[in-house]
Design a binder for this molecule. Structure first.
Ligand code: OGA
Ligand code: NI
Length: 356
């Protein structure tokens, strides 16, 4: 011990700083007006909330929410089941290992930008089956289905996760409603995109790392979907790149809060008004850490492009339309190939800056 495999070692400029900046940090937003019976008689409270959400999306791309309506007891159950699952021997977990045919399940060799992440994960799809394109070929219209893989142990994992996913899904859609309002759109503007969602939930386990100054739990990245709703434990390690100066800011664990971040799809829909922000995860040498992101993703047949209501002559679309399903399948399959080139990214669809 005391040494890490070179595959985990980050280039010097991407290594974490051991002095941590944790100022007042990302905004903390109270969602209680959503559940309060007064909210109908008090539209002011909702208006204030919508403004807060809009500012957080614009200035940070990240925020935390409290009084979000997801019962704490459902989160605790997941926490217990996740600990039981990851505590099993590797050969047990590898029985449900993710591969090219089945893209969800257990995985312990994830790479971000071709450096290995110091973590192990279990992924599961919110819709079963999830409808997706058969291939990454742009002209191939054939569809296929993705199914989940469940471990034998702990036996309750499936039920606990399925129950939990309904709760976070509800929360994520409420947040999409508030985001729509903050962009001056009808509250249900985004709803239709998620009818045949390709959303998934991930259980992340970050074991203690002997060289936390050289490796990362997850390397710097942006989330490719619409919105991420993340539950983290009390250990901490998530860092967000502050938009104003590019500093990495630690997201302080807040009991029973969720961390919300804008994904690439909202960036494109909003024509860059709300940008998806880079983030990464630091590990430490003493404590293991658990986190549970819910990635809200639209139906595979969604053509992602700037919304017409938000573009005009003065503010033309900054992206060409792209197929979410093809984007998603390319991302998933690239996990199983050592790619020299970078993963598919939204800037590949950016309209070049011509005279405007
Ligand atoms: C992710 C992610 C953050 C965390 O899985 O995409 O950014 O705190 N996770 O685990
Ligand atoms: Ni992420």
């Amino acid at each position: 011990m005391g040494e890490v495999d070179p595959a985990f070692i980050q280039d010097p400029e991407h290594r974490p700083k051991l002095s941590i900046i944790e100022p007042e940090g990302i905004p903390l937003i109270d969602l209680s007006p959503l559940s309060s019976p007064d909210s109908i008689s008090d539209p002011k409270a909702i208006e204030v909330l919508v403004r807060e959400i809009g500012n957080a999306c614009k200035n940070w791309g990240f925020f935390q929410v409290i009084n979000h309506g997801v019962p704490l007891e459902k989160r605790k159950k997941i926490d217990t089941a996740a600990r039981k699952f990851f505590a099993q021997p590797l050969e047990e977990k590898r029985k449900i290992r993710r591969d090219e045919k089945c893209v969800v399940g257990y995985y312990d060799t994830e790479h971000t930008k071709n450096v290995r992440d110091w973590k192990e994960v279990f992924d599961f799809l919110v819709e079963e089956p999830t409808l997706v394109p058969s291939s990454t070929e742009p002209d191939d219209k054939e569809e296929t289905q993705w199914f989940n893989q469940w471990p034998e142990n702990p036996p309750e994992l499936r039920e606990v996760l399925e129950e939990y996913s309904q709760e976070v899904e509800k929360l994520s859609l409420k947040l999409m409603g508030l985001i729509a309002l903050s962009l001056g759109l009808p509250e249900d503007r985004f709803k239709g995109y998620f009818k045949d969602q390709t959303s998934f939930i991930r259980l992340n386990h970050y074991p203690p790392c002997p060289s936390p100054q050289l490796a990362l739990g997850v390397g710097r990245h942006k989330d490719g979907g619409a919105l991420t709703v993340l539950s983290q434990d009390e250990v901490g390690g998530l860092e967000v790149k502050r938009k104003t100066d590019g500093e990495w800011i630690r997201v302080r664990p807040t009991p029973n809060a969720y961390i919300i971040n804008v994904g690439d799809i909202i960036q494109v829909w909003s024509n860059d008004k709300y940008e998806s922000v880079e983030h990464r995860v630091m590990v430490n040498s003493e404590k293991e850490r658990f986190s549970v992101p819910f990635f809200l993703n639209p139906a595979h047949y969604t053509e992602v492009k700037p919304l017409e209501e938000l573009t005009n002559k003065q503010n033309p679309a900054k992206y060409r339309p792209y197929s979410w399903g093809k984007f998603l399948t390319r991302r998933k399959l690239s996990n199983f190939k050592k790619l020299k080139a970078e993963n598919i990214q939204i800037y590949h669809f950016r309209v070049s800056d011509q005279a405007s």
